[in-house]
Design a protein around this ligand. Structure first.
Ligand code: PLP
Length: 370
């Protein structure tokens, strides 16, 4: 199966085989060694000297950890949202009692640093900013470095959802001054779902000491204390740590710059192919994501039928739209273990199936090969 959704992503055979390693004592030396290697590899990937904690939970658990470990009920925070995952980050903060001000951008667009500057200038009582690096629901990558620069200038705490960007596109935690950064194992890391990675800057730890939100399982303070002993506070998903150990080695063997370049090439194949078919890309072109391509469903073509046709006749699995975009777009995932040929196979299958579903390309399209 050519699994082309934006996570979970396919796992390399080496990772699959590591996942079936026999259990060890999670309070013993073998696990301590794996935890140390994985943490060190993550720090290199995040490009940070900050602490990186590995939590056994979904990416959403990592986002919840970012919130409950740094904020307090009643605290005023700014949510910069460009899609469904931005909304989720805000909802978590609100659930725990933060006073959330929303700076929402139209779906398909990136966040504008100028408007962020305006929002922070207008309301000096805001103390933290929540931003999604790569909005998986719309296929847009925010200009995080520029947005972070604005947040730094205003001296606010910056919490970043890098669940679907880290390990696939550059995200320089220290150079860009990102305080809390979250990613998840089932995305660019090529490992099954179940681990979240959370980096915390010294500023974030100071916020942790002040923070009054309730927390227990996701307390990064407890995770840091345990990590110093080569352990996790609660029983970890041991097998996923084995998988991460191997995946990190493979990604570093390829080299991070080559990994980023491969994602860029795969995204180029997707975008070029989609346009040549006469379809319309959803994301604002300068901010189109290198990990997921969102395509507007052509007039009269059912996304559900298209996905079924690709699954049943081509063994290709695409993602549909989320929230208000359900039925209006489909998404091609190209992150983690992915080659240009696998993305081209999607384009070729679309070329075969779309006409059967009633798609007529605009005049002048269709003569050149996809
Ligand atoms: N944030 C982004 C940008 C995501 O793409 C996802 C998952 O698709 C999440 C958060 C949530 O991660 P999980 O589904 O592991 O909870």
């Amino acid at each position: 199966m050519n699994l082309r959704i934006p996570g979970p992503t396919p796992c390399p055979p080496e990772v699959l085989s590591a996942l079936s390693t026999q259990m060890v004592d999670h309070r013993g030396p073998e696990f301590a060694a794996v935890l140390e290697r994985v943490t060190a590899g993550l720090k290199r990937a995040f490009r940070t000297e900050n602490d990186v904690l590995v939590l056994t939970c979904a990416g959403t658990g990592g986002l919840e950890a970012a919130v409950v470990n740094t904020l307090s009920p009643g605290e005023r925070v700014l949510s910069v949202s460009i899609g469904e995952f931005g909304k989720r980050f805000a909802a978590i903060a609100e659930t725990y009692g933060a006073e959330v001000t929303r700076l929402d951008f139209e779906y398909g667009q990136a966040a504008d640093p100028g408007r962020l500057d305006e929002a922070l200038t207008t309301d000096a009582s805001l103390s933290a900013v929540l931003i999604t690096h790569n909005e998986t629901s719309t296929g847009v990558t925010n200009p995080l470095r520029e947005l972070a620069e604005v947040v730094r200038r205003h001296g606010k705490l910056l919490l970043v959802d890098a669940v679907s960007s880290m390990a696939s596109v550059p995200c320089d935690v220290d150079a860009w001054g990102l305080d809390v950064v979250v990613s998840g194992s089932q995305k660019g890391w090529m490992v099954p779902p179940g681990l979240a990675f959370v980096s915390m800057s010294p500023r974030a730890w100071r916020a942790h000491d002040r923070s009054r939100m309730p927390r227990f399982y996701l307390d990064t303070g407890k995770a840091r204390e345990s990590a110093a002993k080569g352990q996790t506070p609660w029983t970890p998903a041991v097998s996923l740590f084995y998988g991460m150990d191997v995946a990190l080695e493979m990604l570093e063997q390829e080299g991070w710059e080559s990994v980023f370049a491969r994602h860029q090439c795969c995204a180029d194949v997707a975008r070029r192919g989609v346009r040549r078919l006469g379809l319309e890309l959803f994301a604002d072109p300068p901010f189109a994501s290198n990990t997921v391509t969102t395509v507007r469903a052509p007039e009269g073509v059912s996304v559900a039928d298209l996905r079924t046709a690709l699954r049943e006749r081509h063994e290709i699995v695409l993602a549909g739209g989320q929230g208000p975009m359900a039925g209006k777009v489909f998404r091609i995932g190209h992150l983690g273990l992915v080659t240009e040929a696998e993305v081209q196979a999607v384009i070729d299958a679309l070329a075969v199936e779309l006409p059967k579903l009633g798609f007529v390309p605009p005049v002048g399209i269709g003569s050149s090969p996809a």
